[in-house]
Write a protein that binds this ligand. Structure first.
Ligand code: R5P
Length: 261
């Protein structure tokens, strides 16, 4: 099955496989959204099926809920679970402080709510997501459809005031119509190129009335499992909970060779 994977999918797979090893029986687990998180859902489904692992699983999107059902994972809502032990999710970019850009798939609102309600957030990513400075990936901002033009103008004025590089907010489209999130909102993508002060930018964006949430995850992520195309993975852990505190451990692990079917 995994033998036909491209290097990028192999990297996502090994990161996901490694991450689900941290899930223990009885845990309440948040399941992220996206192509990397989809591997995690698949690997988790295998543990549920093969080991009888018992978990409370909370999806971060309708897409993930559907994938979970397909692999036999019963899902709960965050309100039913009340609080989570661990959330595993992908990211569009991460920096050395483990600040993130998320929302490339438009799911960052539910993802941020779920991650914030978790004791730990573990990100899974291929090595290309590692950046020195956030911002090359367009920053997603979820806005309510009402007054969308005014919100866009307020965002662009705020970007000008902050003197950032790119000041255009592009409405994300789905063919000929605006993309609609699970919460019925729209997404504006900010082409900033580099984000000098993510803390200030995030705070100012969220002060704009029509903004629901932006895709900057600051001080939320505890560790990143980084997958490589050759099957190696490593854990960048600032929390000490995932590899005993070293910053990059397991760089020599080749999970892919162990796991190839
Ligand atoms: O809205 C989508 C999520 O934030 C994803 O986790 C993020 O875009 C990364 O997705 P992928 O794993 O497909 O690159």
């Amino acid at each position: 099955m995994t033998g036909e994977l491209s290097p990028i999918d192999r990297a996502k797979f090994v990161a996901a496989k490694k991450a689900v090893e941290f899930i223990e029986d009885g845990m309440r687990v948040g399941m992220g959204t996206g192509s990397t998180a989809a591997w995690m859902v698949k690997c988790l489904g295998e543990r549920v099926r093969d080991e009888g692992l018992k978990i409370t699983a909370v999806p971060t999107s309708s897409r993930t809920a559907k994938q979970a059902a397909e692999v036999g994972i019963k899902v709960s809502t965050l309100d039913e679970a009340k609080w989570l032990d661990l959330t595993i999710d992908g990211a569009d970019e991460f920096d050395a402080d483990l600040n993130l850009i998320k929302g490339g798939g438009g799911a960052h609102l539910q993802e941020k709510i779920v991650a914030a309600a978790s004791d730990q957030m573990l990100v899974i990513a291929d090595a290309s997501k590692s950046v020195e400075q956030l911002g090359a990936f367009p920053l997603p901002v979820e806005v309510i459809p009402f007054g969308g033009q005014a919100s866009r103008r307020l965002i662009e004025e705020m970007l000008e005031d902050m003197d950032v590089d790119g000041r255009i907010a592009s409405l994300r489209m789905n063919g000929d119509v605006p993309f609609v999130t699970d919460e019925g909102n729209h997404i504006l993508d900010l082409n900033l190129r580099r984000i000098g002060n993510p803390v200030a930018l995030s705070a100012r964006l969220n002060q704009i009335p029509g903004v629901v949430e932006n895709g900057l995850f600051i001080d939320i992520c505890d560790a990143v499992v980084i997958g490589h195309g050759d099957g190696r993975c490593e854990v960048l852990d600032l929390s000490g909970n995932f590899n005993g505190g070293s910053q990059a451990d397991g760089a020599g692990d080749n999970l892919f060779s162990e796991l190839e079917d």
